[in-house]
Design a protein around this ligand. Structure first.
Ligand code: HSE
Length: 321
């Protein structure tokens, strides 16, 4: 059995990006999860699960996922091993930089890191897109619905569209956008947040969101910032989830006042994101959003990130912390 250790970093992602419920996601630079993987006897075993404190972005939620076969990293690793049909298994060490139930694609990042790591151990026979099935399966196992709007951007980077048949399209954009983030100290399990969305919605809501999403995607593809301005206006998930998130309306008003192109709930929440045209705008929004939470006051973390255009990274440096 080879002693080779593969190390993979999978970053946070923002599901929905406002009007694209289950359809659009974007990838952040940080924070993220790290997986160390090595070949082992058949099967998948998690040998370590520890919080990874990113220096500039300390986690405020301490709940950890299970350290067994239910962990999304194990589910994804198992699915990739089965697809590869190899006669070996893996041992995984998972360093969690992403708090669970934070709306940052935590379960998805673990799955993506594990899927990429197993594929690397096999000599990378599968393309990134071919790992999506394993990551979406893991996501489905974790929160009851196999949405891919976190795992697809975490795998591929950038803004990614997910179709109802599961295929994905990466939006090539000439824009280099930034995001301001706040994560209030509150846990909102995705299952719970999804239960707040009815299975049927009024036609007017569907029409509104379709128009906003289409405008946003066209604006991204053309690099037209004026089309992005105001396009993050979600009439489906945000109104039904906003009250589950501390001071959401105050934070959103502060971000828009500070110049954000748009602001909404990150994934299922409680994290809140503001899409920004420049790093300076992101810093101003970060300060304004954090200020709104301090006034309440609500413990939170806050940071800015460039939109990450490459997705999960095989990390040859290999330091865990
Ligand atoms: N699209 C999913 C939801 C993202 O909003 O439930 C969860 O991170």
């Amino acid at each position: 059995m080879s002693d080779e250790i593969v190390r993979v970093y999978a970053p946070a992602s923002i599901g929905n990006v406002g009007p694209g419920f289950d359809v659009l996601g974007l990838c952040l630079e940080s924070p993220g999860d790290r997986i160390f993987a090595r070949r082992a006897e058949k099967g998948v075993r998690m040998t370590r699960l520890v919080p990874l404190d990113e220096k500039d972005c300390p986690a405020v939620v301490s709940v950890m996922p299970p350290m067994d076969a239910r962990n999304t990293a194990c589910v994804a690793a198992t699915a990739v091993l089965e697809r590869l049909g190899v006669d070996w298994g893996v041992e995984l060490e998972l360093y969690k930089g992403l708090p669970v139930g934070s709306g940052l694609g935590s379960s998805g990042a673990s799955a993506v890191a594990a899927a990429v790591a197993v594929n690397e151990l096999a000599g990378a026979p599968l393309r990134r897109e071919e790992l999506l099935f394993a990551c979406a399966k893991a996501e489905g196992a974790a929160c009851g619905a196999p949405h891919a709007d976190n795992v697809a951007p975490a795998l591929l980077g950038g803004f990614v569209l997910v179709r109802s048949n599961g295929s994905v399209t990466r939006i090539e954009s000439p824009l280099s956008l930034w995001v301001a983030m706040v994560t209030p100290k509150a846990e909102l399990p995705t299952r719970e947040a999804r239960a707040a969305i009815p299975t049927e919605i009024p036609l007017a809501e569907a029409v509104h969101n379709s128009a906003q999403l289409a405008t946003m995607v066209y604006g991204l593809a053309c690099g037209d910032l004026s089309l992005l301005q105001g396009a993050i206006d979600d009439h489906i998930a945000e109104p039904r989830r906003a009250l589950m998130i501390p001071a959401f309306f105050e934070v959103k008003a502060a971000a828009l006042q500070a110049g954000a192109l748009g602001c909404s709930i990150s994934g299922a929440g409680p994290s809140i994101f503001a899409l920004c045209a420049t790093e300076e705008m992101a810093q101003a929004c970060e300060e304004a959003m954090s200020g709104a939470l301090q006034e309440v006051p609500i413990a939170h973390r806050h940071w800015t990130s460039r939109v990450n255009t490459h997705g999960a990274q095989v990390d040859t440096r290999g330091e865990a912390t």
